[in-house]
Design a protein around this ligand. Structure first.
Ligand code: ZN
Length: 265
């Protein structure tokens, strides 16, 4: 997906600001990898990882920024997967990129194995989810990020494959997760990619957003997780409507790692 295509779609959908946050997964035993979907002139297209040309990426973003000046603010962020699995590498990449915004998330369990590959039918799903949340709490407490991304991520795959979980059993862990985030002055993401998928799962669903706010959470960002142009703006509109209905007054965006708040109109 070209950065300029993303910008065009965002403007068409009435957005005034976007932050590009493609994935960069950190592994314990492999080099970092991204499912990088931006394309441009830079070498970063195929060489994600330590060798990635972040300067080329920044140059391309800068070019599109100029083209859209006055119409759309374009921030450059990153979704950093499980930085705890190789903290030095994570730190080095972040220092190189100097992102506006970091989504911290967990994609692998216990290390280096993406959730996508799990055969949930053969697993103790309850224990697995508990372990997932522990891993997220570890990230929330000790590593660098601005918001925790899609904090109920396993539910995407579980639901798609016909499994369900009673989240009330994990109330203590969610409380610990949210309290840790809040204590560090950080936030969580409302990931609305599920709006565009066949199986609709919001990550997290609204009761957990309300719990986060009840505990004093103030920083809430909204992310479309779009991998194709059609998904750039539409789910955000619907997601904002859902938040408004749930009583959420404002969301945050980030510039140079600092939150900026926007009332939901
Ligand atoms: Zn993710």
């Amino acid at each position: 997906m070209e950065i300029s295509t993303i910008a065009e779609r965002a403007v068409e959908n009435g957005m005034s600001e976007i932050c590009l946050t493609d994935h960069l997964d950190i592994f314990a035993n492999e080099i970092p990898r991204g499912h990088f979907s931006f394309t441009g002139t830079g070498e970063y297209r195929f060489t994600w990882g330590d060798s990635m040309d972040m300067d080329a990426l920044k140059r391309d973003v800068e070019e599109v920024r100029k083209e859209y000046a006055g119409r759309l603010s374009i921030r450059l962020g990153i979704e950093l997967g499980q930085p705890q699995d190789n903290p030095e590498v994570a730190l080095r990449l972040v220092e190189k990129l100097q992102p506006d915004f970091i989504i911290g998330s967990i994609h692998t369990m216990p290390v280096d194995r993406d959730l996508y590959f799990f055969d949930f039918g053969k697993m103790d799903i309850e224990a697995f989810f508990r372990e997932y949340l522990d891993r997220e709490i570890e990230l929330a407490k000790h590593y660098d990020y601005d918001v925790i991304g899609h904090c109920t991520y396993p539910l995407r795959y579980l639901t798609e494959r016909g499994f369900s979980l009673d989240l009330s059993r994990y109330a203590d862990q969610f409380r610990e997760l949210f309290s840790s985030v809040i204590a560090r002055g950080k936030g969580i993401e409302f990931n609305v990619a599920g709006i565009c998928r066949e199986v609709r799962v919001l990550l997290p669903e609204l009761p957990l957003i309300r719990e986060y706010l009840r505990l004093g959470g103030e920083i809430l960002t909204i992310g479309s997780d779009s991998h194709v142009p059609e998904h750039v703006g539409a789910p955000i509109k619907e997601g904002l409507m859902l938040l408004k209905e749930a009583g959420v007054k404002r969301i945050a965006s980030f510039s140079e790692r600092k939150p900026v708040f926007h009332e939901i109109g």
